[in-house]
Design a protein around this ligand. Structure first.
Ligand SMILES: [Zn+2]
Ligand SMILES: [Zn+2]
Length: 78
């Protein structure tokens, strides 16, 4: 059983609303990519164990979003 994130694969645009000011927020990519300089090279199960979201086990892709208006950063589970 495999999960393919439609946003990462360009099949769907991420539509997220800023929880602070309700403006349309931008997708900044996968949250895992922001964990540290070595994270892209680590095994995906190792990342899932360490980032607290357990995204692999739940078959979710965590995206980091930023609001262009108030610069609030938040995560969205796809
Ligand atoms: Zn994704
Ligand atoms: Zn905002």
């Amino acid at each position: 059983m495999s999960y393919i994130c439609p946003v990462c694969n360009g099949m769907q645009a991420l539509e997220a609303e800023c929880p602070v000011c309700t403006h349309q927020a931008y997708d900044c990519g996968r949250f895992d990519d922001y964990l540290g300089p070595y994270s892209p090279y680590r095994e995906i199960d190792d990342i899932a164990m360490s980032n607290g979201f357990q995204d692999v086990r739940k078959h979710l892709c965590i995206h980091l979003c930023t609001c262009p208006d108030c610069h609030h950063n938040f995560t969205v589970q796809i």
